[in-house]
Design a protein around this ligand. Sequence first.
Ligand SMILES: Cc1cc2nc3c(=O)[nH]c(=O)nc-3n(C[C@H](O)[C@H](O)[C@H](O)COP(=O)(O)OP(=O)(O)OC[C@H]3O[C@@H](n4cnc5c(N)ncnc54)[C@H](O)[C@@H]3O)c2cc1C
Length: 373
Amino acid sequence: MSYDLYHIIPYAIVVRHRFIYKPDNLYHDKKMRRQLKSAIILRTRKPFAVKILEPVVHMEKLYDVIIIGGGPAGLSAAQYASRAGLKTVILDKSPTAGALAYSSKIENYPGLVEPLSGSKLLSIFRNQAIKFGAEYIEAQVVGVRVASDIKEVDVMDNTYRGKTLIIATGSMGRNPSIPGEEKFLGRGVSYCAICDAAFFKNQTVCVIGNSEEAVKEAELLAGFAKTVYIMSPTGSINVPADHPVRSSDKITVLTGHRVTSIEGDDIVTRIKVKNTGTDGEQVLQMDGVFVYLQGSQPIVDFLDSTLPLSDKSCIITHRTMETSAPGVFAAGDVTCAEARQVVTAAAYGCLAALSAEKYIHNKKRMRFDWGES
Ligand SMILES: Cc1cc2nc3c(=O)[nH]c(=O)nc-3n(C[C@H](O)[C@H](O)[C@H](O)COP(=O)(O)OP(=O)(O)OC[C@H]3O[C@@H](n4cnc5c(N)ncnc54)[C@H](O)[C@@H]3O)c2cc1C
């Protein structure tokens, strides 16, 4: 099926309810026009109703193992898979976004003589996996297709193809809890600045949160929006005192401010904010609200019901970490694991990689890797 894009005037292009390109960038981007030849684009005045039914797929590379998530589970899986000679890629939303990245001090991981910050331990894991040959790509996964032998994983501007898939996205997801957050999700409320920033060109947006990730996303938004507020519910933001965000003329940091509601008609137009110091409330005109408050829900939104989940929304696995879809494995906090610790996440990641290797080579028994020395 092929469509001449010059004759189509899409309002927007959306993959799995996420904006990708608006007409302005589409028509000026030759490469994008070529890539979209096989896509079905619908025209609509309600942008979130449109979908690409045949997504753009880059066919060049076929990986043995695609790993979603760069925490201890994903990185241990990557280490074992790449050390076993499997062509492995890790797709990670951000090295600062997972549970381990949030932990200021770890002292119960075996081998640590002195306590270490979570982000330092994470970078050791990451470098080790890369050293063994795994590719690390910072990209947020927005969709997967797992029914056929070749698994497909969508990020914003690419689709990765693999013989096996390991899901290790952790459990830092959130249930919408701010009044209006759920109602306006996809209509001004977003959890993904890299996905949606371009749609707020010259507008006013806010980021709710105080983490390093929230600050990074605010900086990304400042490349598009006219004004960006960072609403930190606590008295600070988690970046050094000399961080450039504090002197940016586009970004206003409001510490000790809690967003109490997100309001509008069809789309977001304003928010209500409470100053936790004075208890005073104010209304701010707002076009977009990016929520970066962490929760404790397994991150499975991108699965779009492709895998069965438990009633607690965790991925159900066999003891070899395989899910109900052949060739698809899960590891770490995203599974229904009894313990949520770095050491268990790493162990589950190892097991998932060994199972993926077994699946690829159609082995009857698991290969135990005792090293080669
Ligand atoms: C504050 C805190 C303190 C803790 N202290 C300890 C401790 O002292 N000792 C201990 O053993 N454990 C501790 N834990 C628990 C431990 O950190 C977790 O059990 C462990 O990190 C889980 O590993 P994981 O790889 O499953 O998930 P995570 O570490 O959460 O990593 C998940 C990864 O997935 C990525 N991701 C998420 N969504 C997507 C997406 N859509 N696309 C691409 N990538 C995505 C994230 O960027 C992240 O890199 C603590 C946790 C917290 C929150």
